[in-house]
Design a protein. Sequence first.
Length: 308
Amino acid sequence: REAASPAAKPAPAQRRRVRLTHPDRLYWPEQGVTKEGLADYYAEVWRHIAPWITGRPLALLRAPGGITGDTFFQKHAWKGLPSAITLVHDPKDPAGEPLISISDLDGLMALVQSAALEIHPWGASCADWERPDLIVMDLDPGEGVAWPAVIAAAEETRRRLEDQGLAAFVKTSGGKGLHVVAPLKPQADWPAVKGFAKAMADAMAGDNPGRYVSTIGKARRQGKILIDYLRNQRGATAVAAYSTRARPGAAVSAPLRWDELDTGIGPAWFTVENMPTRLATLSADPWDGFRAAAAPLEQPRAKRRKAG
Ligand code: ATP
Ligand code: MN
Ligand code: MN
């Protein structure tokens, strides 16, 4: 069961239910992508992005003046929130500032109206805040790391996840790196999932200290890939599959099939401009079967494997 599989392409009328002010405002000036262009992009990819952004707490990178203006990372609701965006309360902080969530295309259009140029969901759904339903291993190449090394890191991450009984899917970040994402049956809690991700990052860095680091610290990252496991703690987020990035180039985070992961495709290769065409020519979403492949987290078996 995919989290949501709304009917095909929405009629333009449906997307107009949320009124866009300043539709001609340039969000990515170099590409000429306007606010209305962003709404068109999301209406086209709606069926594909919906499972990743509906029914979850969301953080947003907002940029009212487009990517060349001020941007702010927003984790909570704000005054004058559009009605298509839902307020949700963190069960662990019921009196705290509400967070936001969406459930349909109107909600996504309201995010566009709110100048959300990046959408960053939690790794858990609002149906079960305490039990993540995915793991994101965020591969962050440091200065001087060649792209084939990032691809190799993703493939190694995949092997290690599969060794632990998990499925692995890969996407470009739309920035500099790759994200390897494993679907989980929401059973283990945040500390267990974070511990698992940290153990994997530490094992990668321990086995290959010349290639990988698992702790943030700029000086030690030169020429190495940071295996950023910290996307997997309660309240942390990672950019959604198919979300745009508020960076030059109008790139999007693009799910790939593993056999597409090659030097021909860079981390920012897929964009607002070419993604709709890509999806129209593919017979299926590259991440079809993601939810069906979900497995429960097992206890790390790294030590046993090493010994054998
Ligand atoms: P890249 O491939 O360039 O690394 P990325 O999306 O993986 O792209 P990271 O810097 O590795 O970028 O990840 C940062 C993550 O931290 C974001 O995905 C976001 O969800 C989260 N985050 C938390 N606070 C912020 C913030 N203030 N600004 C931007 N991101 C933030
Ligand atoms: Mn990253
Ligand atoms: Mn990171």
